[in-house]
Design a binder for this molecule. Structure first.
Ligand code: SF4
Ligand code: SF4
Length: 389
């Protein structure tokens, strides 16, 4: 067992990043990268009286692509006049939409995606069962997080991810008006996870979420104190405002200019390192270093799924609740919680409850076993409960 010291923390942090980047490069090669997206034409040539064949020749679209775009049934449909499919603008939109959807299809490795979802269900199920039966030791926590990083990030890559489903759905719709059904199914599955068992998918399944969590815990002693510097809890009102503003900006830019502002700084590219650009490299480095001192900075400050998941968390069937009959108001749970959630749950002063990442720290430090993850409704602490001490 390595004794936690500032130097061992730095070594572990660097080692972790080297392992993640090194093995991800290898894994990408093994899976054989598929093209991210098919190239799309800058301008379309559409002339009056054109047939589909002539349109295809003018824009260098093979017959197979024309068949997909215009839903052609027989070869003779290639002689149809373009006008049959609408005005020039409508045809441009149709082409853009169909090409975008074909591009989405061709860029996916469906076997990898299927394997990933099966493993997610299996892994989250196992974690749920373990945690509901026993306390989590700091070592077990780190090994489980490391396993999640290795399986869902290094081994199975950056795509799909909970964050990517929200981001790419907005961007695709904003730029082409298209909705890619498999992505909507994936998003629904992620949200169903949150509905059923709270933010387990973020806590133990998301590749970047688990990586940040692991980094945070590398810089944490078993007594929940920072090894290097201080671990700070940013006020939720600040983090959530920034997160909402970031999603608003992302959506606006996608709809108005068709640009994806997350793409150059996407931290999920840590599992696809050959795609990291210079600015992205700086951003991701800063983010990961910040993760030593702030719990899940990407999730709290930027992630679109973090925001959507937080909303669904409000109706989740599983939640943290406190039994105030046995609670002795020591507030050890709030002190150990890596975020501001437990403090907000205890105060219940009508302020919004922040995201809970189902880390179980609060439950495990409670000396009276008063904290539960269950379907129990949260109750308010009796008046003056925390003033008694
Ligand atoms: S909030 Fe964090 S854990 Fe959840 S999808 Fe976003 S990056 Fe992943
Ligand atoms: S310590 Fe408890 S309240 Fe805080 S994030 Fe973890 S599970 Fe949620």
């Amino acid at each position: 067992m390595i004794k936690q010291s500032p130097s061992s923390t730095i070594v572990l942090f660097i080692l972790l990043i080297v392992i993640v980047i090194g093995l991800s490069l290898l894994s990408d090669r093994i899976w054989g990268g598929k093209a991210e997206k098919l190239p799309k034409p800058d301008t379309l040539i559409i002339e009056k009286g054109m047939t589909i064949t002539q349109f295809g020749q003018a824009n260098a679209f093979p017959n197979q692509v024309l068949k997909t775009i215009f839903d052609l049934q027989t070869k003779s449909d290639l002689d149809n006049k373009l006008e049959k499919y609408g005005t020039s603008d409508q045809i441009s939109m149709l082409v853009l939409k169909k090409l975008a959807l074909a591009s989405e299809h061709s860029s996916k490795n469906w076997i990898k995606i299927l394997v990933k979802f099966v493993l997610w269900a299996f892994f989250l199920g196992i974690v749920y069962l373990i945690f509901n039966r026993r306390k989590i030791t700091p070592q077990l926590r780190k090994w489980l997080l490391f396993a999640a990083v290795l399986i869902f990030g290094v081994g199975l890559g950056s795509d799909p991810s909970p964050m990517g489903t929200v981001k790419d759905a907005i961007h695709l719709y904003g730029t082409t008006g298209a909705i890619f059904p498999p992505r909507m199914i994936a998003l629904t599955v992620f949200l169903v996870f949150v509905f059923l068992v709270n933010k387990y998918i973020c806590a133990w399944g998301c590749q970047v979420g688990a990586l940040q969590d692991l980094i945070f815990h590398i810089n944490r002693t078993d007594k929940h104190k920072a090894v290097i510097g201080r671990q700070i809890k940013l006020p939720f009102v600040l983090t959530n405002t920034l997160r909402i503003a970031f999603l608003g900006l992302f959506t606006l830019v996608a709809f108005l200019w068709g640009f994806d502002i997350i793409e150059p700084i996407d931290p999920f590219k840590v599992f696809k390192p050959e795609h990291i650009v210079f600015t992205g490299g700086i951003f991701i480095t800063l983010l990961l270093v910040a993760g030593l001192f702030i719990y899940r900075p990407w999730c709290h400050l930027f992630c679109p799924f973090g925001l959507v998941g937080w909303l669904i968390e409000k109706i989740s069937r599983v939640r943290v609740s406190v039994d105030y009959e046995t609670c002795i108001a020591c507030q050890k749970c709030a002190a150990a919680c890596p975020s501001t959630v437990m403090g907000a749950i205890l105060r219940r002063d009508k302020k919004t409850i922040p995201d809970c990442f189902s880390c179980y720290t609060c439950r495990d430090v409670c000396p009276t076993g008063s904290i539960r993850f269950s379907r129990d409704k949260r109750t308010l602490p009796p008046a003056g409960h925390f003033e008694k001490r």
